[in-house]
Design a protein around this ligand. Structure first.
Ligand SMILES: [Zn+2]
Length: 334
């Protein structure tokens, strides 16, 4: 993501994908290396004993993503994570969709191949709740003060892996306890290729989906969603999430609904006060008139530096966000 009052720089360079066999192996390894879901998530369900969001479980998904290496579009790590997300949905019995597309690379004379992913869950025909996060990571640590480190790819523990980790654990909970209404987990590609001062290089996957979500036959087609909840940079050990500026300005009712739930749940990481405006994957949907809120803590010194590693994140922070979203999935707002 980028903010108009904060500068960033950096360029991405695509790499060839690893062979398909290697991808499947990586996916299986990733799934196997994450501990089995806790008993409460795997075996409980229904009114007697509910599945609960487990921050430690989400943290293990964050760490395993980082262990894959950079998830830059076109890299082996990106391909392995895409395969792992699809295998995760399949193993849980949930429906998953690949939404591949091509577009010119914003900074290189090559075709960029990106893939948004959608996992569907839930019952009934009420309005769908969309939960999103970007699963790509940034090609460089361009805000790092050390020039040598600034040229390296971002680990993206918070910037990328944190939101994706929450979604991967939510998939497990929804498999154990199907939601009362439809839910779509959306994994956006190509969020973080942008350069300083060039918003056009950011949010490539969400721009594409915002233009085509209601195409005939598309997995999200149908009545407009109840709303999009975007999770980005939600793993900061020192988590404080204000009401992001674009969300508040263009989807105030939806933003206040989500924050009111956080307050009712006593989740102290959520601060119901105006925060900075951050250009992120929710903006293309806001521009199309769809309600969207970005849950983001942009006060993160490690942003786009080599210090954005798992040690800068915590299970407790992921749990604050996961508990809120899981409650909104179980008890959808009217
Ligand atoms: Zn970023």
């Amino acid at each position: 993501m980028s903010s108009s009052d904060l500068s960033s720089a950096g360029a991405g360079h695509g790499r060839r994908c690893a062979p398909a066999v290697a991808l499947l192996l990586a996916a299986a390894t990733l799934a196997a290396s994450v501990p089995a879901a806790t008993g409460q998530a795997a075996t409980r369900g229904g009114a007697a004993g509910a599945a609960e969001f487990d921050g430690a479980r989400a943290m293990s998904w964050l760490e395993r993503q980082c262990a894959l290496g950079p998830r830059i579009p076109g890299s082996p790590g990106h391909a392995a994570l895409e395969a792992a997300i699809l295998e995760h949905a399949r193993s849980l019995g949930l429906t998953a969709h690949r939404l591949p597309f091509e577009r010119p690379h914003p900074y290189a004379r090559e075709t960029l191949r990106l893939t948004n992913l959608v996992i569907l869950a839930g019952r009934g025909s009420g309005p769908c709740l969309w939960i999103g996060a970007h699963y790509d990571s940034r090609p460089t640590c361009d805000r790092d003060p050390d020039p040598a480190r600034a040229a390296q790819p971002l680990t993206g523990a918070n910037d990328g892996a944190s939101g994706t980790a929450v979604l991967l654990h939510l998939a497990e909970l929804m498999a154990a306890e199907p939601p009362p209404r439809p839910v779509a987990l959306i994994f956006f590609d190509g969020e973080d290729l942008g350069r300083a001062g060039d918003l056009d290089g950011y949010c490539l996957g969400s721009r594409r989906l915002a233009e085509h979500w209601n195409d005939f036959g598309a997995p999200l087609a149908g009545p407009p969603p109840r709303g999009l909840i975007l999770l980005d940079m939600v793993g900061d050990r020192d988590l404080a999430i204000p009401q992001e500026g674009y969300s508040l300005a263009l989807a105030g009712e939806w933003t206040r609904t989500v924050f009111a739930r956080a307050e009712a749940l006593g989740l102290s990481a959520f601060v119901p006060e105006p925060g900075p405006a951050v250009f992120d994957d929710h903006v293309p949907f806001l521009r199309r008139g769809l309600p969207a809120v970005d849950l983001i803590d942009f006060d993160y010194p490690a942003w786009h530096t080599a210090a954005d590693v798992p040690a800068a994140c915590s299970a407790a922070s992921l749990e604050q966000v996961g508990v809120l979203v899981w409650d909104l999935i179980r008890h959808p707002p009217d």
